[in-house]
Write a protein that binds this ligand. Structure first.
Ligand SMILES: NC(=O)c1ccc[n+]([C@@H]2O[C@H](COP(=O)([O-])OP(=O)(O)OC[C@H]3O[C@@H](n4cnc5c(N)ncnc54)[C@H](OP(=O)(O)O)[C@@H]3O)[C@@H](O)[C@H]2O)c1
Length: 260
């Protein structure tokens, strides 16, 4: 008799996951993917109404979820998010640092100090400072997983998005800088670099057919990506299936040739 092997998805049951900027787009898709694998997800963003909507959606999908507001650019918000998670969920195993802003389009030489401060504060510094806050809690659990959301623009700066692109390159470096230090605590640090994904953030890129046609020339898979296609990769990186992967960035771009 042929015994059929049981196919089992790597489970995240019992794990607690903080996903920042998770009431829409890629963050929400990451929360769904982690939740579908059994994790208790903590969703947050700046607006309470968005948090309420995301919590209701995830609950309707039978995902264990807690929601709160958090602007990752504010230290008091970051601390409140972490403290609330520990009090409410008993610990932290996973951090997906997904928040980013882009307040500037144009020639990089026209960007101001205020633009750089905002972009670096939210996109880079907050990613590190969130990591610094969660690591002691992961250590108490015997390990954990951190995933940063960078961008293909981190490898190849996009036209008119100079400062944003530079902030995304910094996350590739942050991944590499943290991975060896945190491996001692059994914490893996990885990164995803999405291409053009259909979300509100990237509306300007995918709503204009001429721009989409131009992008498609660079793609092997001739379409814009969906948030779920990033969420699944993030959940994989947080799972046991990725237990020997750290310090790595996975590009999810439909085959854009941004790196070897
Ligand atoms: N879409 C793409 O093509 C693409 C490509 C490469 C990389 N990415 C990266 O993917 C990440 C997510 O982008 P997305 O496209 O999914 O965006 P999105 O669909 O527009 O969602 C943005 C989310 O971030 C929240 N948010 C914005 N500023 C925040 C802040 N300061 N603190 C906390 N939450 C904040 C928003 O909610 P509130 O308004 O309630 O705060 C919302 O939930 C970003 O890091 C972006 O750089 C996106």
């Amino acid at each position: 008799m042929i015994r059929r092997a049981k196919v089992m998805l790597s489970s995240l049951s019992g794990k607690v996951a903080i996903v920042t900027a998770s009431t829409d787009g890629i963050g929400l898709a990451a929360a769904q993917a982690l939740g579908q694998r059994g994790a208790h997800v903590v969703v947050s963003s700046r607006r309470q109404s968005n948090v309420d909507k995301a919590v209701a959606l995830l609950q309707s999908e039978k995902i264990q979820v807690t929601g709160t507001t958090c602007n990752v650019g504010k230290s008091e918000d970051r601390e409140r998010l972490v403290n609330m998670t520990v009090e409410h969920c008993g610990g932290i195993d996973i951090l997906v640092s997904n928040a980013a802003v882009n307040p500037f389009f144009g020639n990089i030489m026209d960007s101001t100090e205020a633009v750089w401060d905002k972009i670096l504060d939210v996109n880079v510094k907050a990613a590190f400072l969130m990591t610094q806050l969660v690591v002691p809690h992961m250590e108490k659990r015997g390990g954990g997983s951190v995933v940063f959301v960078s961008s293909v623009a981190g490898y190849q700066p996009m036209q008119a998005l100079g400062p944003y692109s530079v902030s995304k390159t910094a996350l590739l470096g942050l991944t590499r800088a943290l991975a060896p230090e945190l491996a001692q605590s059994h914490i893996r640090v990885n990164c995803v670099a999405p291409g053009v994904i259909k979300t509100r953030f990237s509306q300007a890129l995918w709503q204009d057919e001429d721009i989409v046609d131009e992008f498609k020339k660079q793609l092997s898979i001739k379409r814009v990506g969906e948030p779920e296609e990033i969420g699944g990769v993030i959940a994989f990186l947080c799972s046991k299936d990725a237990s020997y992967i750290t310090g790595e960035t996975i590009t999810v771009t439909g085959g854009m040739s941004c790196r070897l």
